[in-house]
Design a protein. Structure first.
Length: 257
C-alpha cells in the first residue's frame, strides 16, 4: 500500500474506534484520528526510502537503520524451515501484530510515566507523519482541533493530558495494526501473526485469495480504494453523517409536499 492510503485508512480507523475508547468530542476525535493516521505510516520505518524514514532526516533515518538491523537479526534466528531466503528487513518485524501491541503498550506506559510533555511529543510526531502522508491541509485542521480541545479544558488542559495516555497507546497500536491489514491485502502479503508457525513458516505472509489481492500503487488502490476511504473519512467525522441524513430527509420531504 502507498503511504497516503495507509494514512487515510488509519484516519478512518481512528474515527471509527474513537467512541469506543471514550473519545467523544469533535476536537478529541480529530486529534485521535490524525494521530492514528500518522502511526499507520510507522511500520514502513523499516524501509530507508519510506516517508517515515525521511521525515526528520538523520533522526528518523537512524531509527530506520536500527529497525532494519533488529528485524534482520530477529529473522535470522527465528525463520522456519520453509521461510524464504530474505534479509528480513522490510515487512518483517514492524509488520506484525506483536510489534503493534508492544509499541502501543510502550506508548501507554511512557506517556503515563513521562507526563503531559511526553504526550505532546507522541501526538506531534504522529501529526507530522500524518501530514506527510495526507497533505498540508491536515496540520491546520488538527492544530485547530488541539487549540479547541485546550480551550474546552482550560485551565486544566495539561492535567487533562495525563488522562489520554492509555488512548494514545491505542491510537499507536491501531495505526500499526491498520497498516498491517492494508499490506496483507497486497500481492506481497504480511507476516501478521509472527511468531505463530504456519505451514512451516514463522514469518508466514497472510494474504487473501489471488483474485482479491492488489498491487501497490495500481488502479485498484488509486482509483477505487483511496476514493472510497476518502469519502468514508469524511462521513466518519462526528456529526457529519447525522447532518447528511437530516439534509437528505429534508430535501426528500420538501420534494414530496
Amino acid at each position: 500500500m502507498m503511504g497516503r492510503t495507509h494514512a487515510l485508512t488509519g484516519w478512518c480507523a481512528g474515527l471509527a474506534v474513537a467512541p469506543a475508547v471514550g473519545v467523544t468530542t469533535l476536537s478529541q476525535a480529530v486529534v485521535f484520528a490524525a494521530t492514528t493516521a500518522g502511526y499507520a505510516l510507522l511500520p514502513d520505518l523499516d524501509h530507508p526510502g519510506a516517508r517515515a524514514s525521511r521525515l526528520l532526516g538523520p533522526v528518523t533515518g537512524g531509527l530506520s537503520w536500527l529497525l532494519r538491523k533488529a528485524s534482520a537479526g530477529l529473522y535470522s534466528v527465528t525463520k522456519g524451515p520453509r521461510d524464504e531466503r530474505k534479509k528480513g528487513t522490510h515487512r518483517h518485524l514492524t509488520h506484525t501484530l506483536l510489534f503493534a501491541l508492544l509499541l502501543g503498550g510502550a506508548t501507554a506506559w511512557g506517556t503515563a510515566e513521562g507526563g503531559p510533555w511526553v504526550v505532546v511529543g507522541v501526538v506531534v510526531f504522529g501529526l507530522l507523519l500524518a501530514e506527510d502522508g495526507l497533505g498540508d491541509w491536515l496540520l491546520p485542521v488538527a492544530g485547530g482541533a488541539v487549540v479547541w480541545w485546550v480551550a474546552e479544558n482550560s485551565p486544566n488542559a495539561l492535567a487533562e493530558l495525563d488522562s489520554v495516555a492509555g488512548r494514545l497507546g491505542i491510537a499507536v497500536a491501531l495505526g500499526c495494526f491498520t497498516h498491517c491489514l492494508g499490506d496483507a491485502l497486497t500481492e506481497s502479503g504480511c507476516p501478521f501473526l509472527f511468531p505463530v508457525p504456519i505451514a512451516g513458516e514463522t514469518w508466514y505472509e497472510l494474504r487473501p485469495p489471488k483474485a482479491l489481492r492488489f498491487r501497490t500503487g495500481k488502479k485498484v488502490e488509486t482509483a477505487f480504494l483511496f476514493p472510497v476511504f476518502a469519502v468514508l473519512g469524511v462521513l466518519l467525522i462526528p456529526g457529519v453523517w447525522p447532518a447528511l441524513v437530516g439534509f437528505v430527509n429534508d430535501v426528500f420531504s420538501s420534494s414530496t409536499t
